[in-house]
Design a protein around this ligand. Structure first.
Ligand SMILES: [Zn+2]
Length: 96
């Protein structure tokens, strides 16, 4: 496997979306190519940092309330409830 091919499928490799043989080929290339190894590790680190930071963020209760009210208002005609108790809504899909 060559560098250009590794770069082309790097995202799939990082996301563990490659079949076993292709992933093994990438792995063998990374053992001998410091450039690709560095690139893959850089992306992996960035993805891990993003996931860690995103996971730690929680919406405020006022954001949840505003978003719920906005969704209820926009989907009112499709919802199977007319309950004003927004926290009790199970949000059924607007598909009959
Ligand atoms: Zn390479």
């Amino acid at each position: 496997m060559q560098c250009d091919e590794v770069r082309r499928i790097a995202d799939l490799y990082i996301d563990n979306q490659l079949d076993e043989d292709t992933a093994d080929s990438v792995q063998r290339h990374l053992f001998v190519c410091a450039t690709c190894n560095h690139d893959i590790e850089t992306v992996r680190t960035a993805v891990a940092l993003l996931k860690a930071n995103i996971a730690s963020e929680q919406p405020t209760s006022s954001f949840k309330d505003r978003t719920t009210a906005m969704l209820f208002d926009r989907l009112r005609d499709h919802l199977h409830t007319s309950s004003p108790n927004l926290s009790a809504i199970q949000w059924p899909l607007p598909i009959d």
